[in-house]
Structure formats: C-alpha cells, structure tokens
Ligand binder design. Structure first.
Ligand code: XMP
Length: 254
C-alpha cells in the first residue's frame, strides 16, 4: 500500500494524527534502547506513526537496535519515518534510501534543495519500487528557516521572482510526494502551502509545544499530522500527554 494511504489508515484506526518524534537522549546506549521501547509501549495507543532521526540511529545502529525498535513499532501497527533529510547526489541518495527502507522504515524525509535529476529522482524511484514513502521538506520549524526556505528566488522554469518554499510546494505536487513538512511555528505558511498544493499533499507539522507552535493554529491552518517529541517524552506522564495532544488536535473537527 502506498505510504500516503498507509498513514490515512493508521490515522483512522488509531483515531490520532500525532506522530511521535522518538528523540530521547541518554549517556548509556543500553539505557537509550530500553527507554525507547518503554516510551513506545506507553504511548502507542495515542499516536499514528513514529519518527526517528539521528538521535537514535547514531548511538544504536540502523540494523541493530533501531531495527528492533522499528519491529516493535510495526507490532503496534505504527508506520515508521526516518527523518534523515536526504541531501546528497543521486547515487549516494539511492544508497541512503535503500538502507533505511531495508532496515524497516516506511518513509524517508528528503530535501528538495538538491533537485530532481541526479538529486532526488533516485530516492523516489527506490521508494516506488519497494512501495515506501518520501516526504519533502518545505518550510522548516526553526527560527532561521526563512534564511533558506523563505528566500525570494528567481524561478528557473518561469523566470519570475517567487519564494523558495512556494517552488518546493509545487515540486511536491509534481514529484508526487507522500507529504511535505511545514513547521507548526509558521501557521501562515501552512495555510499558504495547503492552498498551493490544493490539499493534495498532506502536511506534516513539527514544532508544537517546546518549539512554540500551537496545536490549534497548525490544525486550523491545514496541518494533517503533528510531529511531537519533547512535549510528550519529557512530560511526567508521556501517555497522558500524548492522549491530551491527540484530543486537542481533534477539537479542530468540532
Ligand atoms: P520537538 O521535541 O521539538 O521535536 O517536538 C520535533 C522533531 O521534529 C524534527 N523537526 C523537523 N523535521 N523538518 C523535519 O524534517 C523540520 O522542519 C523539523 N523541525 C523539527 C526534530 O528533529 C525533532 O525530531
């Protein structure tokens, strides 16, 4: 099944649009591993997917303990996303994507800055072959996002002045991406990008809570999924925090 549909099914089944960013840190690797498993056990009922990044890949190893974490996520019927922001030349990008998919990830995040030919084309081809997903960065959640994603540029195709993230949103449509990332810290960008893509490319939005983004503003603006890390796993009770965030995100429907 295509990743985009897999996510829709998971959202319906779990009645949640919350993606856990499993970014916990620890000085001990075995502690990090057991903490990751425990967190998944605690919150799996309230989330629709899990996102990992280098927080766990570097200390735990992709085909070793990360693979076991992914197996647990799949046992809970949770799709898994690797936040690797693929950003190299095509031949290297291909190997990166192949390895993450082989280890059990269902989707990878990639950076459209590198373009299509000899850039991300190979990632989309690999993903299509093994029926996995590709999510593109469009406007990041951090303060300096405007320095790259918010720049005014001269678009090569149309030879007109436009904004970098507008071009990326159009590329997401053209490349048939499974999703785009737009920071919850910029709800006005979410709204604008949702209009450009005519809601055909689901918006994944990190940045609520600790980074300052507001759940309701992001949802009202058009975010489909919220990616949440520290607000959940640093809470005294991660399960009840995950449930609370899930319920707050659902209020938008009322
Ligand atoms: P917190 O703890 O702030 O974690 O809830 C957010 C998670 O999302 C990642 N992150 C991003 N990933 N594009 C991405 O692909 C972004 O703009 C972005 N902003 C935050 C961050 O690494 C963490 O895992």
């Amino acid at each position: 099944m295509r990743f985009k549909l897999e996510m829709e099914c998971s959202q319906r089944q779990k009645d949640s649009n919350i993606i856990l960013a499993l970014d916990i840190a620890s000085t001990s690797r075995s502690n990090l591993f057991s903490k990751s498993l425990k967190l998944l056990e605690q919150v799996h009922l309230y989330i629709c997917a899990v996102k990992l990044n280098h927080h766990l890949i570097l200390p735990l190893g992709l085909f070793d303990r990360v693979h076991q974490i992914l197996r647990l996520a799949h046992r809970y019927e949770l799709p898994t996303i690797m936040d690797c922001k693929i950003n190299d030349i095509g031949s290297t990008n291909k190997v990166i994507a192949e390895n993450y998919f082989k280890a059990g990830f269902d989707a990878v995040i990639a950076n459209p800055f590198v373009g299509w030919k000899e850039g991300l084309q190979s990632v989309f081809e690999v993903a299509k072959r093994v029926q996995k997903g590709v999510i593109l960065l469009c406007y990041m959640s951090h303060e300096a996002a405007w320095e790259g994603y918010g720049q005014t540029i001269q678009e090569a195709k149309t030879d007109t002045r436009t904004l970098q993230y507008v071009v990326f949103a159009k590329k997401a449509l053209e490349w048939n991406a499974d999703g785009i990332i737009v920071g919850a810290t910029y709800p006005e960008k979410i709204e604008e990008i949702a209009k450009i893509t005519t809601n055909k490319v689901p918006i994944y939005s990190p940045g609520v809570g600790v980074q300052g983004g507001d759940i309701q503003s992001a949802m009202k603006a058009g975010a489909r999924y919220l990616i949440v890390g520290r607000t959940i796993f640093s809470a005294p009770n991660p399960a009840s925090m995950a449930r609370q965030i899930r319920e707050e995100a659902k209020l938008r429907k009322l």
